[in-house]
Unconditional design. Structure first.
Length: 365
C-alpha cells in the first residue's frame, strides 16, 4: 500500500496514477489537508477520466491529515495504517520563497520528522521516498554533488533552509537503516509537452514581467547573472524520473539531483524568453548582487510589487551553485529518460501561460 503526502499538489497529483499503473493491485492512501479536500476529490475525478484502466476510485482513499501533528492527524487510525503501508512518498512541503520561518519549520521540518516517525512504525515498509530540492545547497559555491549535503552553506530563504534541515533528518534516518531514496528537483516549471501547471512562480515571474512590454522587454540581471545558470526542469521530467527511479532496486540508498545537466545561463534564458514571447530583449545589468538586491527590495517594496517578483526569488538570478547529475543521468538513461532543455519546450510553457492568465502564484499552505 502506498502512503502519499502532498496530494493534490503540483507533483503529488501527477505521481499518483503513475505509481498505481505500475501495479494495478496497489492501493493508495492520500494525505490531504482539510481545506484542500474538495480540490483532492476534483483531482481524483479528473484522473479517473484520464486513466480509465486504473479504476482510481477503488484504489485511492483520501484521508484528512495534518503533518504538523505527531500522529499526522490520523488519531486512532495511525497504527492500523502503519501495519498496511509498504511505500511512503513524502511530497508535502510549503513551497513559498517568502514563507515565514515558523510555518516553514512546522511543515517542512517537523512534518518530515513526523513522517519519518510513521515510517519507523511501518512493519512492512519497503521504501521511503523523500522529495527534497536541489536548493538544499543554499549558497554553496561550485559543483554540488548528489552525495553532498552538510557543506556549511548559508541560505537566502526559509524554504531552502528548512528543506535542508529536513533532508538532514532523512539522511540520519537512512544512515540508521531506513530504506530510503531522496529526490532533489531543481526549479520545476510546467509540463514540457502541454505547458500545464498549477502555479505561476519561479521563471513565470520573468515571463509575466516581459509580457507587459508590447515589443521590447527589459530583462534585468544582477551580480554575475548573465554568466550564472538557472536550473529549470519540467514537471513531466520529474514525474517520469521519480516513477522510474522509485521502481529500481539500485536506487535504494541514493540521492538524486533531478536537474538539467547542461542548464541555460541567465543570458540564454532571457534570449529564449524573448524568442518565445516575440520580444526584443534588452539585458539590463544592475550593480547589485543577490543579497544586495534583497536588501534593496525590502527597503523599497514598491519595486518587487511593480515587477510582480517576490523579494526572495531575486537571489536565484545570482545563484553560485551548479548541480552534479552523475547518478541520476546514468540511472535514468538506462530507461531512456533524459531531461529536456528549457529553451526546447518554452513555447509550450508560454502558450499555456497566455491561455490561462489567471492561475495564481500562491503556494498551497
Amino acid at each position: 500500500m502506498i502512503f502519499l503526502t502532498g496530494f493534490p499538489g503540483f507533483l503529488g497529483k501527477e505521481i499518483l496514477p503513475r505509481l498505481l499503473q505500475r501495479d494495478l493491485n496497489t492501493q493508495a492512501i492520500c494525505l490531504v489537508q482539510d481545506r484542500f479536500m474538495q480540490q483532492a476529490k476534483d483531482a481524483l475525478k479528473e484522473l479517473n477520466k484520464r486513466y480509465p484502466n486504473i479504476n482510481i476510485y477503488s484504489k485511492v482513499e483520501l484521508v484528512v491529515v495534518d503533518i504538523t501533528d505527531p500522529l499526522l492527524g490520523l488519531g486512532d487510525s495511525y497504527s492500523s495504517y502503519a501495519q498496511k503501508v509498504t511505500s511512503v512518498y513524502h511530497f508535502a512541503a510549503v513551497y513559498d520563497l517568502d514563507v515565514k520561518r515558523e510555518l516553514a519549520y512546522k511543515v517542512n521540518v517537523d512534518g518530515t520528522r513526523h513522517v519519518l516517525d510513521f515510517c519507523k512504525k511501518c512493519t512492512k515498509l519497503e521504501r521511503h521516498h523523500y522529495v527534497s530540492t536541489c536548493y538544499v545547497s543554499g549558497n554553496y559555491k561550485g559543483l554540488f554533488k548528489e552525495t553532498d549535503l552538510e557543506k556549511g552553506q548559508t541560505f537566502n530563504n526559509f524554504y531552502d533552509e528548512t528543506k535542508y534541515h529536513a533532508e538532514v533528518l532523512v539522511k540520519n534516518a537512512m544512515n540508521a537503516g531506513m530504506p530510503t531514496t531522496i529526490y532533489r528537483p531543481a526549479i520545476v516549471t510546467g509540463d514540457s509537452k502541454t505547458g500545464e501547471t498549477q502555479k505561476y512562480d519561479g521563471p513565470y515571474f520573468m515571463l509575466k514581467w516581459l509580457m507587459r512590454f508590447p515589443r521590447v522587454g527589459i530583462f534585468p540581471t544582477i551580480g554575475k547573472g548573465i554568466e550564472n545558470t538557472m536550473n529549470i526542469v519540467p514537471r513531466d521530467f520529474i514525474i517520469d524520473a521519480i516513477t522510474a527511479l522509485s521502481g529500481m532496486k539500485e536506487s535504494l540508498g541514493k540521492t538524486y539531483n533531478l536537474a538539467d545537466p547542461k542548464p541555460l545561463t541567465i543570458e540564454k534564458i532571457g534570449e529564449a524568453m524573448g524568442k518565445s514571447l516575440d520580444r526584443f530583449i534588452i539585458k539590463t545589468p544592475l550593480p547589485v548582487n543577490g543579497e544586495q538586491a534583497v536588501w534593496l527590495f525590502k527597503k523599497l517594496p514598491f519595486i518587487p510589487e511593480f515587477m510582480g517578483l517576490p523579494t526572495m526569488s531575486v537571489t536565484y538570478f545570482d545563484h553560485p551553485t551548479d548541480y552534479d547529475t552523475t547518478e541520476s543521468s546514468k540511472d535514468l538513461a538506462s530507461v531512456g529518460i533524459v531531461c529536456p532543455h528549457y529553451g526546447d519546450y518554452l513555447d509550450n510553457i508560454v502558450r499555456f501561460l497566455k491561455a490561462n492568465p489567471t492561475i495564481s502564484s500562491k503556494a498551497m499552505v
